[in-house]
Design a protein around this ligand. Structure first.
Ligand SMILES: CC(C)(COP(=O)(O)OP(=O)(O)OC[C@H]1O[C@@H](n2cnc3c(N)ncnc32)[C@H](O)[C@@H]1OP(=O)(O)O)[C@@H](O)C(=O)NCCC(=O)NCCS
Length: 154
């Protein structure tokens, strides 16, 4: 069985994190302008990672190559029926290289996210599940919200 190591991502991982986000959209079948989104996401990471507003984790294979990852932002969130902590985490960019799938890497990344959140007193994590990810998230306790997330482009 291959051995993997999960660690917090650093600025040195930016190329990989950009690759994960673009590959994730491509595999989800979402049309994305990679020439615009790639550099914009890179600039966003260069600001949000040192500021600590975007936190991500990656899994390395035995040879040190990063093969999976995922991250969160922590959002101020008004206390309500599910939680009164005043903030929740939102997860993004969960991606595993095809050759390393179905070995529990995305689950391990999500567990690292959950552990960090618990340590910070954050009791709720949200995400938008892809078709590929839905079963995994459901098995970890995620449920669709009673009221759907809706977006408008202004
Ligand atoms: C979704 C995705 C991140 C899952 O990554 P992964 O590392 O393969 O995930 P895991 O191995 O933790 O779990 C995936 C499945 O493998 C199963 N699995 C885990 N370990 C396993 C093992 N040793 N043997 C067989 N199956 C296993 C899990 O039960 C899970 O099954 P399910 O999908 O039926 O629930 C990956 O498919 C991917 O990158 N897809 C494209 C991008 C994407 O959709 N990202 C999610 C955005 S929300």
């Amino acid at each position: 069985m291959p051995v993997y190591r999960v660690r917090a991502a650093t600025l040195d991982d930016i190329d990989t994190l950009v690759h994960h986000r673009l590959a994730m959209f491509a595999e989800m079948g979402s049309a994305v302008d990679t020439a615009a989104v790639g550099p914009a996401f890179r600039r966003w990471l260069a600001v949000t990672m040192p500021a600590g507003t975007y936190k991500s984790w990656v899994a390395e294979s035995e040879n040190g190559g990063v093969v999976a990852g995922g991250g969160i932002t922590v959002l101020p969130w008004p206390p309500g029926p599910h939680d009164i902590a005043g903030r929740i985490a939102y997860a993004y960019n969960v991606y595993t290289e095809p050759a390393h799938r179905r070995q529990g890497l995305a689950r391990t990344i999500m567990e690292a996210i959950h552990a960090w959140c618990r340590g910070e007193g954050i009791g709720v994590v949200g995400l938008n599940a892809s078709v590929d990810g839905e079963g995994l998230y459901a098995s970890m306790g995620y449920r669709p919200a009673a009221s759907p997330t809706m977006f408008v482009s202004l």
